[in-house]
Design a protein around this ligand. Structure first.
Ligand SMILES: Nc1ncnc2c1ncn2[C@@H]1O[C@H](COP(=O)(O)OP(=O)(O)OP(=O)(O)O)[C@@H](O)[C@H]1O
Length: 566
């Protein structure tokens, strides 16, 4: 099998691709004819529907037609369709629903070809590499197919082999798409938000990352490292000796896919626990690590008999910058506080609004859209409702969605969908709020400390109700443990950094010339059962003892609350 001249490309390179196909114009023309031929039927159909006044009635059928065309056009278009399926701001709803159904299952290519690719990539005969490889793959997707094989050392492995001719197909498609973009850009409404060719280049870079299995293997290992403190979340381990750019050999995961809800129930696995693990791991990826699986659909998640949730398919991951992660936490904090003004500024920080935008009207609009879901109906909150309502706002106000958010939204909406398929009663806030509240109360990073202070104060005044609310919310998180939190709180209050908070709490306790015992009593009711006097004492002594000799510490019972508050 001879190498394609572009097979050497390690990264997407629009210039090199253009140079190659500029010299082979017939290839591009032929592909263009295929594409136009496929789409002509759809456009004529849409026009006829319009003339006959049946536009709305026939739309679902046309949307299904579009999905079939995309599937026939192959891997690049399937990936374009999947990317568009996350853009409610660009695609109308009927088409969007159909695009989300885009199936990745394609006919397999012959196993003899897969073996040829493996031998070529790994430089050994198939018998030297594997003890056993079956005649048929277990799955054939748009970019590759997977076999269940065995190594000579006895381990069961998943062997993922890339489709032949993938690079030539993808590069030709990207070249043609870029040409089409250059031709049609001037005809499109000017305010498209970004240069079309730029969008295609970004898409091309992601696609190139996805077809490089070395990259996927590194992602899997990085993901597993992040979760090394969480035994319930895992990724298959990689056999590097038997992996390359186009072949990936990894641990075979013996589990039940989350698509098989009945199977999970029949196996007696704890559904609520799985939902909890899934959503929690999703939140940690986004808000803590900033490195997230962009396609956590239920077919990419396995539940194992020992209670783990194992992710597979690390081709599409994304990395968030620290500032984006912080702005995301901020927006959850501001949403919890119902502070729509600050939420408006979060959207500026996240790039949804330009810095020159007038925030007050937007804050009002946000309140009208989100107000009721954040009030008594907070339990009914789900991302589908929010994104639907947001679509309305996006047309009325100058919102535009930064490209990188397409993946974040895809990831969150997919995770919510997985959780809903397991438990139709699931509400993402029931996990997300407690998670953020717990982190605010327990995380030691200065950024989150600052956010905690922000939550607790409004216009310089301590907000008892917010502390109460936060503790209530955090307590509904299974991982929340009050004693270490109290210890950290005390430690923080005693530190130099805590001086401000100390002072403010004292002021709050004596505000309006009265002792605020009611508020304290209400909070005590919440925490009292867990913070029995002896436990609180231990927490206080522990906190003090970590900075002072124990003898002094025990002689200073809660002195920090009074004496040092100046
Ligand atoms: N480590 C594994 N253990 C068990 N089964 C696996 C493993 N890896 C992949 N599979 C099976 O192969 C299928 C396809 O794998 P994967 O999703 O990684 O392929 P892909 O070509 O990247 O697909 P896509 O085009 O959806 O990104 C999975 O849905 C799963 O059934």
């Amino acid at each position: 099998m001879s190498q394609h001249p572009l097979a050497y490309l390690k990264k997407y390179d629009a210039k090199a691709i253009a140079q190659h196909y500029n010299q082979r114009p017939l290839l591009a023309v032929w592909r263009l004819i295929q594409i136009v031929y496929m789409f002509v039927g759809l456009f004529v159909g849409l026009q006829l529907d319009k003339w006959s006044g049946q536009e709305d009635a026939k739309l679902p059928r046309r949307a299904a037609q579009l999905r079939r065309i995309i599937t026939k056009l192959g891997p690049t278009y399937i990936k374009v369709g999947q990317a568009l399926s996350t853009r409610p701001d660009l695609v109308r709803k009927d088409f969007l629903d159909e695009l989300t159904k885009l199936q990745d299952q394609l006919p397999p290519f012959p196993t003899s070809v897969a073996i040829e690719i493996i031998e070529q990539e790994l430089g050994k005969s198939i018998d030297q590499i594997y003890d056993y490889i079956p005649d048929l793959p277990v799955a054939a997707a748009s970019l590759g197919q997977v076999f269940r094989g065995r190594l000579h050392t006895g381990e069961e492995v998943a062997i993922k082999v890339q489709r032949p001719n993938l690079i030539p197909t993808i590069t030709l498609d990207l070249y043609v798409l870029r040409l089409l973009a250059a031709l049609t850009q001037p005809l499109l409404p000017v305010n498209l938000g970004a240069d079309l060719r730029g969008i295609i280049d970004e898409f091309g870079s992601k696609l190139f990352e996805e077809v490089d299995y070395v990259n996927e293997a590194k992602n899997a290992e990085r993901f597993a490292t992040y979760f090394s403190d969480e035994p319930r979340v895992d990724a298959p381990s990689i056999y590097w000796r038997y992996s390359s750019k186009r072949v990936l050999t990894m641990e075979w995961i013996d589990g039940i896919k989350l698509t098989d809800v009945e199977g999970i129930k029949a196996a007696g696995l704890d559904i609520d626990e799985l939902v909890q693990i899934g959503v929690m791991s999703g939140l940690r990826q986004l808000l803590e690590f900033g490195f997230f699986h962009a396609d956590p659909h239920p077919g990419n998640l396995f539940a194992t008999a020992d209670g783990r949730m194992v992710y597979i398919d690390f081709g599409m991951m994304d990395q968030l910058e620290q500032t984006t992660k912080e702005a995301l936490v901020d927006s959850v904090v501001h949403l919890m506080n119902k502070d729509y003004q600050k939420l408006g500024y979060d959207y500026v920080n996240l790039g949804f609004l330009t810095p020159d935008v007038d925030i007050p009207p937007i804050a009002n609009a946000l309140e009208s859209v989100l107000g009721d879901i954040m009030n008594e109906k907070v339990r009914d909150f789900n991302f589908k409702v929010v994104t639907d309502r947001f679509s309305g706002l996006m047309y009325e106000y100058p919102f535009c969605m930064p490209a990188k958010f397409a993946l974040i939204i895809r990831s969150v909406v997919t995770q919510e969908g997985v959780a809903l398929s397991l438990n139709p009663e699931f509400k993402i806030v029931q996990v997300a709020y407690p998670y953020v509240a717990r982190r605010l109360l327990t995380d030691e990073s200065p950024g989150l400390r600052q956010r905690l202070i922000e939550v607790l104060f409004k216009n310089g005044k301590f907000q008892w109700s917010r502390l109460e609310n936060l503790i209530k919310i955090a307590k509904s998180d299974d991982d929340f443990d009050l004693v270490p939190t109290a210890r950290m709180g005390i430690q923080f209050l005693m530190s130099d950094e805590g001086k401000f908070l100390r002072k403010r709490i004292l002021l709050a306790l004596t505000e309006d010339d009265r002792l605020h015992t009611d508020e304290v009593a209400r909070i005590w009711q919440l925490v009292g059962a867990e913070l029995k006097p002896n436990k609180l004492w231990d927490a206080a002594v522990g906190a003090i003892g970590s900075s002072l000799p124990r003898a002094i510490a025990t002689a200073l019972p809660l002195a920090f609350l009074s004496g040092s508050g100046s």
